[in-house]
Design a protein around this ligand. Structure first.
Ligand SMILES: [Zn+2]
Length: 406
C-alpha cells in the first residue's frame, strides 16, 4: 500500500519514491509508488498536480483496493527512483478551503444543529451540503453572520489544527461531530477545542492560515441546504473584486460606496416617477392624435366614422382610447398596441348607434393571419400580426391608406 506522506506532513512539497507499477490506459501513464505526497481526489478535496520524475501529474486517484495512482503524461520505468514536486499554491488553497469547510460545518452544528453531508471544492467556490433540523433549506442572514463570526473569531485566535490516527480505545472516547464513514485506520482532524471529525484530507497547522472565511450564499439543493463559501486567498480576491465593483459603481453615480444603496433606491424612485409621467404624456398624445384622426376619418355608407391606428402604448391605452372615442355617436374605433415583434393587441369598439359586429369583425381580421380574438357586438379584444388592422379595414370596404394617413 502506498505510504501517504501528506498524512504525516501536509507541508511536504517534495519527496523521493520508487516506481512500483506503470500502466498505460486511456491515453495516460498510470504510476503507483511506494510513497507519495500527492493527494488523491477524496473527501471533496481535489487531487494535487505537479511533476513526478520529469512527467506532468494530470490526475491522482485511489483505486478500489486503496492504492494511490498518478496519471502522467509520460511513462516511468518500474523500479526507477523518482523525485516528486507538488504544485504548492494549488494544494495550500485546497487546505484552506478544506479547513474552512470543517470550521463552517462545526459552527452550523454547534449553533444551529445542522449536520454536514458533503463537501465539494471546485476551482472558484466551495460548497457544503447540510441537513438542517426540520428539513429547512435556508437560514436567515443573521444566522449566516453568526456562523461567519464564530468561524472568523477562531481564525483570528489562530486555534491549532491537529490531525492524527487515534488507537481504537482513544477513538471510542473522542467527541466526534459525526460518526466516521470508515471503521479502520480512522484519521481525526481537530480544530481548536470543540471541533473534531474523521477526515483524510490535508489541513493547515493552525486556523490563522485561513486568513478569512466568507459565506457567499445559502440555497436549497436536493432537499438539503447548500452553503457556498471561500477561504484564504480566494476570500481576499473576492473581497478585492467586490471592493473594485462597489467603487466602480459609486464613481459612476458620483457618490461614496456607503451611500450606494440609498442612492440606487432614490434613482429607482425617480425612474418610477419619470416612467409614470412618460406614460401619461404618451396617453395624452395618443388621444389627441385620435381626435385628429376622427376629424379626418373616412365614413362608411351608413355614415359611421372609422378610426384605425396602431398606438405607442399597451393594450390598456388602446382600451381607454377606444372607450373614449365611442362615447360620441357614429364611431368605429379599430385600435392596436404593439406587443412584441410584429405582434399587436387589438381593441375594436363602436358607438351604440352603429350596426357592425365588432367581435365578428375582429375574428374575421385576425384568424386568417394566425391571430386570436372576438367579443361582443360593440366591443372586442384579441391579438395577432399588425396587418390585421388593414384586414379589418378591407372587410369594411375601406382602403387602409384612406383611414390612417401617417
Ligand atoms: Zn475533511
Amino acid at each position: 500500500m502506498t505510504e501517504r506522506l501528506y498524512y504525516e506532513n501536509a507541508y511536504l512539497t517534495e519527496f523521493d519514491a520508487t516506481v512500483l507499477a506503470c500502466e498505460e490506459r486511456d491515453g495516460a501513464h498510470h504510476v503507483r509508488l511506494d510513497r507519495s505526497a500527492f493527494y488523491p481526489t477524496s473527501g471533496g478535496q481535489p487531487f494535487d498536480t505537479g511533476a513526478l520524475g520529469g512527467a506532468r501529474v494530470l490526475d491522482v486517484y485511489v483505486d478500489e483496493g486503496g492504492e494511490v495512482w498518478h496519471a502522467l503524461d509520460r511513462a516511468l520505468g518500474v523500479g526507477e527512483r523518482v523525485h516528486g514536486a507538488i504544485d504548492w499554491p494549488r494544494r495550500f488553497d485546497h487546505m484552506q478551503q478544506h479547513a474552512g469547510d470543517h470550521m463552517i460545518a462545526s459552527a452550523l452544528w454547534r449553533l444551529l444543529g445542522g449536520v454536514t453531508i458533503g463537501l465539494h471544492i471546485s476551482c472558484d467556490v466551495s460548497t457544503i451540503d447540510v441537513a438542517m433540523p426540520e428539513g429547512v433549506t435556508r437560514i436567515s442572514p443573521e444566522d449566516i453572520r453568526r456562523v461567519e463570526d464564530d468561524v472568523n473569531a477562531r481564525v483570528q485566535r489562530d486555534v491549532p489544527v491537529r490531525c492524527w490516527f487515534p488507537e481504537p480505545e482513544e477513538l471510542a472516547k473522542l467527541p466526534l461531530r459525526k460518526p466516521p464513514t470508515v471503521s479502520e485506520h480512522v484519521r481525526v482532524v481537530a480544530i481548536g477545542e470543540d471541533e473534531m471529525v474523521a477526515c483524510g484530507g490535508t489541513h493547515p497547522a493552525t486556523a490563522g492560515q485561513l486568513g478569512l472565511v466568507k459565506i457567499l450564499g445559502v440555497a436549497p439543493a436536493r432537499g438539503k441546504m447548500r452553503v457556498s463559501f471561500v477561504a484564504g486567498m480566494r476570500a481576499f480576491r473576492d473581497y478585492r473584486a467586490q471592493f473594485d465593483r462597489a467603487h466602480e459603481a459609486a464613481a459612476l453615480l458620483s457618490t461614496a460606496t456607503e451611500n450606494l444603496p440609498a442612492h440606487v433606491s432614490a434613482m429607482q424612485e425617480s425612474l418610477r416617477c419619470a416612467e409614470f409621467e412618460l406614460n401619461r404624456l404618451r396617453r395624452d398624445v395618443a388621444l389627441r392624435t385620435l381626435e385628429d384622426d376622427l376629424a379626418r376619418a373616412q365614413r362608411l355608407p351608413g355614415g359611421a366614422a372609422v378610426v384605425a391606428r396602431m398606438l405607442d402604448g399597451d393594450a390598456g391605452l388602446a382600451k381607454d382610447a377606444a372607450s373614449r372615442l365611442i362615447r360620441r355617436p357614429g364611431v368605429v374605433a379599430l385600435l392596436g398596441a404593439r406587443a412584441g415583434e410584429d405582434r399587436a393587441a387589438f381593441v375594436f369598439a363602436r358607438s351604440g348607434d352603429v350596426d357592425i359586429h365588432m367581435g365578428q369583425l375582429l375574428s374575421g381580421a385576425v384568424k386568417p393571419l394566425g391571430g386570436k380574438g372576438g367579443g361582443r357586438p360593440d366591443f372586442a379584444q384579441g391579438g395577432g400580426p399588425e396587418q390585421a388592422l388593414d384586414a379589418a379595414l378591407a372587410l369594411l370596404g375601406i382602403q387602409p391608406d384612406a383611414a390612417a394617413d401617417d
